[in-house]
Structures are given as C-alpha cells and as structure tokens.
Design a protein around this ligand. Structure first.
Ligand SMILES: NC(=O)c1ccc[n+]([C@@H]2O[C@H](COP(=O)([O-])OP(=O)(O)OC[C@H]3O[C@@H](n4cnc5c(N)ncnc54)[C@H](OP(=O)(O)O)[C@@H]3O)[C@@H](O)[C@H]2O)c1
Length: 284
C-alpha cells in the first residue's frame, strides 16, 4: 500500500473505499455491510462516506461494518482513516456541531479522522472553519478539509487564519476527467493540501476502456485497476473507488502495488490528453 502524508504529518492510505449509493435501501443493508467488511478483510483502511449518502444510511453501513471488523479482530481503530462529509446546508456553526454528532452516532465512533465540507454553500467559510476548528480542539474530528472546491475557493480558504489547517480537497479526478490537473492540483501540492480523487474509474466507465485494458494486460491487472493505478501514480494523491463486489474490491486494491511505465503513461496521455486551459472544476 502507498501512503500519503497530510500536512499534520499523519500518514493515510493512498487507496480507500467510496460508499456513495450505499445505505439507500434497507433490503441492501446486509450485503453492503458485508461489502465494507470484505474491503476491510482485503486490507482497505480508509473509508469515505458522507451524511448525504442514503441520508445517513451509508454512515450506518460503515459504522456497522467497522464494528464487526473490530470484534472479529480484522482491523484496529488506530489503523483506520474514516472520512465523512457535511452538507453545506448544515455548515453554520451550530449546524456543524449537530451534524457531526449525528454522523459520529451513525458511525459508532468517538472521532472522525477527516471531516469535509461536501461543497461550498452560502454559509461564510470563516464560520464553518471556526466550527471545524472547535470540533478539532474537542477531538471530535482529527482533521478537516473540503470537497468540490476550485482553485479560487482554495485561495479564499487559505486567506483565512485557520485556512492553513485544511488538509485535503476531494474532487472529481480520473484519466477521463483531468481538468483539476491544470491549476488546482499543482496549487494544492504547493500548499500542502492533499487531493482526494473521487470517481477515479469514472463511475465504472474506465473498467471497459480499451487503453486501460491494454495497459492492464501488460501488468496482469484489469482495466479498472490500471485506471486506478494511473490516478495513484500522481504524487500525493488519494483515490477512493466504490465497489460493492468482492472481486472488484480485490482488483481495485491491487492497483496500489502497480507502477506504470513511461510507455503506459504516454499511452494514457495520447488517449486522454492533459488539459491545455483552465476549465471550471467538474462535478458528478
Ligand atoms: N465529494 C463528492 O462530491 C463525491 C462525488 C462522487 C463520489 N464521491 C466519493 O467517491 C467514491 C467513488 O466515486 P464513484 O462511486 O462516483 O465512482 P467510481 O468509484 O469511479 O466507480 C464506481 C462504479 O464502478 C464500479 N466498479 C468499481 N470497481 C470496478 C471494477 N474493478 N470493475 C468494474 N466496475 C467497477 C462500481 O460497481 P460495482 O459495485 O459493481 O463494483 C460502481 O458502479 C464515491 O463512492 C464517494 O465515496 C464523492
């Protein structure tokens, strides 16, 4: 497994598990808890979720799976990085405090390792950041960050006195969606903000891509795994693919141990050229 260092000095796994679309239906609950537990058995140690997913249901799935994993001795709390996100509609000072407590209860945890503002809303950033800082001082969260922030948003955030404590920005990034590479990713690298790539296999689309199938054959991995390996090849980047399928979870996990060659990278650039100009940050 590769690790990525946060500005705090803490190291977190470069490959994690996404949970969007989990927790939406009660009838799928057992299978979803099983999938997250399987991921933990395989070795995943970072899990991304959000209060929005399944209206809290995904956090409940994660909470149930990690409790099972603790009881079975599969994983220890200290080895896990649990990431959750707060909706912008809850981003007032009091709203953050209440939302965090609800998330902690659903996750059955005392602290969230990384708490992100899901996207920017109408609450002044200063107010949300002050609330995040209070949660950090009360050890309810260990780190905080943002999601779907473009370069100008990051610049505004960094102009706040506590803005330097933002450790990550989670954005849409995959070989077929490279817009963030133009100025956002370089800005973040320069300012010690880790980029977390969401939809890193483009919501499954890259699993049937012929370029990645060719690259995958050279490394004896699947196309999806090759697409993930490409994201993980970017220095200091975290990728959080979602899967509810054990074979896919295994394939995806294998990506963290693959080094792509210069030939592979050139092939990706030919098929998915890097951006030549600034475009607004893409969202799913
Ligand atoms: N911050 C934000 O605004 C934001 C937005 C979107 C997503 N996210 C986070 O990022 C995570 C990942 O993004 P995502 O779920 O949109 O897209 P993704 O991870 O790129 O793709 C997930 C889809 O790909 C399929 N898949 C996964 N591994 C596969 C494999 N090896 N072979 C074939 N198909 C495979 C999954 O189906 P199976 O279950 O069948 O494997 C699922 O349909 C989310 O779950 C969420 O945690 C955050």
């Amino acid at each position: 497994m590769r690790f990525v260092q946060l500005a705090s000095g803490n190291e977190v796994p470069a490959l994690g598990l996404g949970t969007w679309r989990m927790g939406e239906a009660k009838r799928s609950r057992t299978a979803e808890v099983g999938a997250v537990r399987t991921a933990l058995e395989i070795g995943y140690r970072l899990i991304d979720t959000a209060e929005m997913y399944g209206n809290g249901g995904a956090e409940e799935v994660v909470g149930a799976a990690i409790q099972e994993a603790f009881q079975a001795g599969i994983a220890a709390r200290a080895d896990l990085t649990i990431v959750s996100k707060i909706l912008p509609s809850n981003a007032s000072h009091a709203g953050v405090m209440r939302a965090c407590e609800r998330s902690l209860k659903r996750l059955q945890l005392d602290a969230i390792d990384l708490y992100l503002l899901h996207w920017r809303g109408s609450t002044p950033l200063q107010e949300t950041v002050a609330a995040f800082e209070q949660l950090r001082s009360e050890s309810r969260i260990r780190h905080w960050g943002v999601s779907n922030f473009d370069t100008s948003d990051m610049q505004q955030l960094s102009s706040l006195s506590a803005g330097v404590n933002c450790v990550a920005n989670q954005v849409y990034y995959s070989a077929s969606e490279r817009g963030a590479e133009f100025d956002l990713v370089p800005w973040q690298r320069e300012h010690g903000v880790v980029t977390m790539a969401y939809s890193p296999i483009d919501q499954g689309a890259l699993a049937s891509d012929t370029t990645f199938a060719t690259i995958g054959r050279r490394h004896r991995i699947s196309a999806a795994s090759a697409a993930l390996a490409w994201v993980l090849q970017q220095p200091g980047m975290i990728a959080i693919p979602m899967s509810g399928s054990a074979p896919h979870l295994r394939e995806n996990f294998a990506a963290a141990n693959v080094d792509l060659t210069a030939e592979d990278l050139a092939q990706v650039d030919a098929q998915f050229p890097p951006p030549k100009r600034k475009r607004p940050l893409a969202t799913t």
